[in-house]
Design a protein around this ligand. Structure first.
Ligand code: AMP
Length: 281
């Protein structure tokens, strides 16, 4: 495993791999790795001979009052975790190299960011689309793997790849959960033991909604009210959004007559957690 932080070196490595007609799989992350990230690495290995993992806490996807400065970082720990995973390159570009003084170009989608997380985080997907474009241009992968845990992010990236003619196959990989159902996330480390208990409410509400749909309840408002009650029954929870929407456009649904996406963002104390599930009638 090699660690590269220089952009030119990263490009040269990719050029060499491509000369050998080997495929490059890419897993972009913000580090503080967990089993969810490792599952993406394993998925990338299924489709490619070489795997690049990037670790970069991207400032442009955080809003001014969000947790950029306190986002958990521990490169040594991350390297130890990936050492066992057959990753070829860990790419750790510096902020000043990716966003030098005078930087002014951003990638913005028109409609997908106007839903779900994009409402309370209005500049988030512009930051995501921009950094992923930059990393795609540097790493030049054949495939890239993203987690379904960030469902809207995958939708944004897939749309961007199509719109901007990137020759990269995007793979969405399932959400990895703790044994009690909590979706793994670097931000889970912020939670106190009591908040950790409250955080199980997200998955519980998703599962309960699926069960209610199977029992024949199809009215979205009824389902959302029920999910709200489950979540607010736990201490320190407040709801950013709970939505049941179209799996492609992310537009709100009224009734459930086809597979739908249920997505939610809940604050537990100060920590904002997200989760989602595709629900079937
Ligand atoms: P992050 O480091 O949080 O920006 O995440 C990097 C990648 O890992 C993104 O594609 C996420 O969707 C994915 N990811 C994060 N958590 C999980 C999880 N619990 N299961 C699967 N993928 C995940």
């Amino acid at each position: 495993m090699e660690i590269i932080s220089d952009i030119k070196k990263m490009r040269e490595w990719s050029d060499n791999v491509r000369l050998k007609e080997q495929r490059i799989g890419f897993v972009p992350t913000m580090g503080f790795l967990h089993e969810g990230h490792l599952s993406l690495i394993r998925e990338a290995q299924r489709y490619s001979e070489k795997v690049v993992l990037s670790i970069f806490v991207n400032p442009t996807q955080f809003g001014p009052s969000e947790d950029f400065s306190k986002y958990p970082r521990n490169l040594q720990r991350d390297l130890e975790m990936v050492e066992k995973e057959n990753v070829n390159i860990v790419f750790t570009p510096g902020h000043e190299k990716l966003y030098p003084k005078g930087y002014q170009t951003y990638v913005q989608l028109e409609s997908l960011p106007n839903h779900l997380c994009g409402i309370s985080r209005p500049t988030h997907f512009r930051g995501v689309a921009t950094i992923v474009t930059k990393l795609f241009n540097i790493v030049n992968p054949h495939i890239a793997v993203f987690g379904q845990k960030d469902y809207q992010q995958v939708a944004v990236i897939k749309q961007m790849v199509e719109d901007l003619n990137f020759d990269i196959k995007i793979i969405a990989s399932p959400t990895i959960r703790e044994s009690d159902g909590l979706a793994m996330s670097s931000r889970n480390t912020y939670l106190s033991p009591e908040q950790r208990l409250s955080s199980t409410s997200l998955y519980q509400s998703l599962k309960k909604t699926q069960a209610l749909i199977k029992e024949g309840i199809k009215d979205v408002n009824t389902l959302i009210d029920n999910a709200k009650k489950i979540i607010l029954n736990f201490s320190e929870t407040s709801i950013d959004y709970i939505k049941i929407c179209d799996i492609q456009t992310l537009e709100d649904m009224i009734n459930i007559n086809q597979p739908v996406l249920m997505a939610l963002a809940v604050k537990v104390g100060k920590t904002r957690l997200i989760d989602n599930m595709v629900l079937y009638p």
